[in-house]
Structures are given as structure tokens and as C-alpha cells.
Design a protein around this ligand. Structure first.
Ligand code: NAI
Length: 351
């Protein structure tokens, strides 16, 4: 990868490669933007096939955090950390894990609060507690509001209510059919929230025990993972992996809207245009799934729980605003949301 070219194209402020050979630590901390506040974003522990792959991932993820935090109205910029593990099947455990995360804490501390770390794929609140031994610039601890997943699900549900208001003139989800792809932490909470609002659920997961639980508890209908994009529904909710909206799936979708928790749902930006061409309303993932990072405002910005929950509920208003701006500008909601963020950041830079 040509790093200078990538920095120019993506607009990062600072990228730090961190190495502590005694701790078996190789990490990258990318600060995409601190225009709105300290760069907030999780630290991922992953086996990457190459250094370039890790760099590509951290640049992409940190930029996405800028957009998510800004659109949610949080006083945070966007950043991300990635730690490279040497072997895919053997993430460090025991004392080696503590050594690794304490090393990470020392590198975070060197940034003097420009980056605030949190948990992400491959890391846990217990890992963040080890980071906290070395720096106070860390969130996602067990002492905070806890697991972000229920908050993420609450925000996705609010985004769906806004979509219902835009498409069907009423923000109530009673009788609406929703297909959920992925019944992990967020998908399961989302299924519960939707069932409580009278929605009819079609659900899929690679793990049949997760499906069985939701089918028996919430009277959902199980769908084979390979077929979940084919079912005729009001809303398709990707809550598993990124990149699920691509050349193969977009033509197959039989949903009127796509609203879900997964990060980076569009394989490429042009797939947002392909959805619009099929008149499928796609709500940008970073607008719908911001509830988790908003819950971090209690730890990071000292918000009380009521203020934090009200901010999650405002995802409803944000989605309405995105849809209305998209209509006015004859563009897609994805492009309208990007524009809102870029305007906010440009204004902050002028201050
Ligand atoms: P998770 O790891 O708990 O659950 C993911 C589920 O998807 C697993 O049950 C897995 O078996 C299932 N799955 C994987 N591939 C599948 C496929 N092809 N078809 C059907 N199911 C499949 O993850 P979690 O925390 O629920 O997050 C879900 C998504 O939302 C991820 O993309 C994550 O990055 C994103 N996200 C999560 C947030 C959170 O608060 N946990 C916050 C913002 C985004």
C-alpha cells in the first residue's frame, strides 16, 4: 500500500505503528480525525495475513468511526487500534495477554488522550482493564454501562421505526416482517425488541442453537443462512458480517428497506446506488448502529444514563433527517449522511 496516497485519499491525521518486541506486540493506532474531540474507537485483536492488510483495516475502520461519532452528535473524533496476532488459532492468553494489553496501554498513554481505546472484535472488557493499568484513556470497562450490544439493538430498532414512518406513514412496527441475518449479541437483542413491538421475525444464524432459542422464545421463523436475502420482507436487517450487500445479493433482495447493525454492509459504495435503483431504502450502517458507541459516552464524556439513552433514541430523528436530505438533494441516504458528517467536520475545523 502507498501510505501517503491512502492518507491523502482517506484524510487521516496521524497513524502510529507501535512495536514492543519483549511484549510480542505489534500494533497500529490510526487517528482519522480529532476535529470534534478525542478519537474514539475500539481496539481489534486479529490475525492479519500481512502488515498491509492490518494497515488497510485500521485506516478504513478509523475513518468509519469519525463518521459514526459525528453523525451521532458525539463530542468525539474517530480512531481505531489493531493488534496483530501471529497465529490465527492461538490468540494470546494468560500472562502473555496481560503483557500484550499493558504494552498497548503504554502506547495509548503516549498519545496523551488523542486516542481513547475501547473493546472491539477479539477484545473484551477484561482486556481493557489491563489497558487501564497503564492509561486512563480507555473505555469499555466492566465498571461502565457494560455490554454495548443492547444499546446498539435499541438504536437499530429506532432506525427501523423511522424507516416505517418514511415508507408506510406510521412509525409502528406492528405486523411488519423483518429478516434478521445473525443472532449474536446484537441480533438477539434486536429480535426481542422487535417482537415486543409486534413485528414478525424471520431469523438466520450459522449457529442453530441461537436460532432455536429465538424461534421458541419469540415465535420467529427460521430461515437457512443461504436464503435469508431471498425472503419477501418489509425490512432486511444484516446483523452478522460486513460486505453482505454486493453484486450477488442486491439483485436477490426482496425487502423494501435494509436497516441493520453490521459494520460496512455495502461491499462498495456503488452497492448503495444499486439498492436505490431497485427502490430499496438503505439506511447507512453507521447511522443505525451508533447505539453502542453512544453508550460509551457515559464512560468517556461523563454523560448520565438518561442523556445517553436519549441520544440513542435520537437515531430516529437522524434517520428522518437523512431521508429528507436525500430526497431534497436527489441522492441516496448513504451519500446524504456522508455529506452531513463532512459539513459538521468542516464547520468544527473553522472554529
Ligand atoms: P456476534 O459475533 O455476537 O454475532 C454475530 C452472529 O452472526 C453470530 O451468531 C454468527 O454465528 C452469525 N453469523 C455469522 N455469519 C453469518 C451468516 N452468514 N449468516 C447468518 N449468521 C451469521 O456480533 P455482534 O456483537 O452481535 O455484532 C453483529 C454485527 O454488528 C457485527 O458486524 C458488528 O461489527 C456490528 N456491530 C456490533 C456492535 C455491538 O454493540 N456489539 C456495535 C456496532 C456494530
Amino acid at each position: 500500500m502507498n501510505l501517503l496516497h491512502a492518507l491523502d485519499e482517506l484524510g487521516h491525521e496521524q497513524v502510529t505503528v507501535c512495536r514492543d518486541s519483549a511484549a510480542n506486540y505489534l500494533g497500529i493506532i490510526a487517528l482519522h480525525s480529532t476535529a470534534l474531540g478525542p478519537a474514539v474507537g475500539g481496539t481489534r485483536l486479529w490475525h492479519y495475513p500481512s502488515f498491509d492488510a492490518a494497515l488497510t483495516d485500521v485506516l478504513r475502520l478509523s475513518r468509519a468511526m469519525t463518521y459514526k461519532n459525528a453523525l451521532a452528535g458525539l463530542p468525539f473524533g474517530g480512531g481505531k487500534g489493531v493488534l496483530m496476532t501471529p497465529a490465527p488459532a492461538a490468540p494470546p492468553a494468560g500472562p502473555a495477554r496481560e503483557t500484550l494489553f499493558r504494552a498497548h496501554g503504554r502506547f495509548v498513554e503516549r498519545l496523551h488522550g488523542l486516542y481513547i481505546a475501547g473493546e472491539d472484535v477479539g477484545t473484551t472488557p477484561a482486556d481493557m482493564a489491563m489497558v487501564a493499568e497503564e492509561t486512563r484513556h480507555v473505555a469499555g470497562l466492566t465498571t461502565g454501562v457494560g455490554d454495548p450490544a443492547p444499546f446498539t439493538a435499541r438504536g437499530v430498532c429506532r432506525a427501523m421505526q423511522a424507516v416505517a414512518s418514511v415508507l408506510w406513514g406510521r412509525d409502528d412496527l406492528e405486523g411488519r416482517t423483518v429478516a434478521i441475518q445473525g443472532l449474536g449479541s446484537v441480533g438477539t437483542h434486536l429480535a426481542e425488541a422487535l417482537a415486543a413491538r409486534g413485528a414478525r421475525l424471520l431469523v438466520s444464524d450459522l449457529d442453530p442453537t441461537r436460532v432455536d432459542h429465538v424461534v421458541s422464545e419469540l415465535r420467529a421463523v427460521a430461515i437457512a443462512p443461504a436464503n435469508v436475502v431471498d425472503v419477501p420482507v418489509d425490512i432486511f436487517a444484516p446483523c452478522a458480517l460486513g460486505g453482505v450487500l454486493d453484486d450477488e445479493t442486491v439483485p436477490r433482495l426482496r425487502a423494501q428497506a435494509v436497516v441493520g447493525a453490521a459494520n460496512n454492509q455495502l461491499l462498495e459504495p456503488r452497492h448503495g446506488d444499486a439498492l436505490a435503483a431497485r427502490e430499496i431504502l438503505y439506511i447507512p450502517d453507521y447511522a443505525a448502529n451508533a447505539g453502542g458507541v453512544i453508550s460509551g459516552s457515559v464512560d468517556i464524556a461523563g454523560w448520565d444514563r438518561g442523556k445517553m439513552e436519549a441520544a440513542i433514541d435520537r437515531i430516529y430523528d437522524t434517520v428522518l433527517e437523512i431521508c429528507s436530505k436525500a430526497r431534497a438533494a436527489h441522492t441516496t441516504p448513504a451519500r446524504a449522511a456522508d455529506r452531513m458528517v463532512e459539513d459538521r467536520i468542516a464547520q468544527a475545523r473553522q472554529r
